[in-house]
Design a protein. Structure first.
Length: 142
């Protein structure tokens, strides 16, 4: 979420902590549904936040889950944080592979929020639906 005017370029860990707090509130509300789909009654969406580079320091304040076995860590209505061991894009694609088809999580659908064209293509090939950052930011705004 580097395009947000919230100090991301000066304090990536702090910006990640703020985004995490916003996602926790959104997850608890149950409002997030993929674009162009009717709102599901069950299950409530689960969120996975992938941190890379300097933003990984935020995990000291918000906790972290393992990418391996991610499907066992993710819970509906909660935010799971993953620390990318290398490339954040690679971790996101690995997470899509891990979560796609898990029926307990939003009916087996995985939605990736990104504006990156290459990542979008990789995620779609792995079985994900894509939304742009504007969609998520619209949900996060009060």
């Amino acid at each position: 979420m580097g395009s947000r005017p919230d100090g991301w370029w000066r304090d990536r860990a702090g910006a990640a902590v703020r985004l995490h707090g916003e996602l926790v509130r959104l997850a608890a509300s149950g409002r997030a549904v993929p674009p162009d789909e009717p709102a599901p009654q069950e299950p409530v969406p689960a969120f996975v936040m992938v941190l890379e580079g300097a933003a990984r320091a935020a995990t000291a304040r918000i906790g972290v889950a393992d990418l391996a076995g991610l499907a066992d860590e993710v819970r509906s209505g909660e935010v799971t944080v993953v620390q990318a061991p290398g490339s954040g894009d690679d971790a996101i694609v690995a997470g899509v592979h891990e979560l796609a088809g898990v029926q307990e999580l939003a009916g087996g659908r995985v939605l990736v929020v990104t504006a990156d064209r290459e990542l979008r293509a990789r995620c779609v090939a792995a079985g994900a639906t894509i939304a742009g950052p504007g969609w998520l930011l619209g949900l996060l705004r009060p």
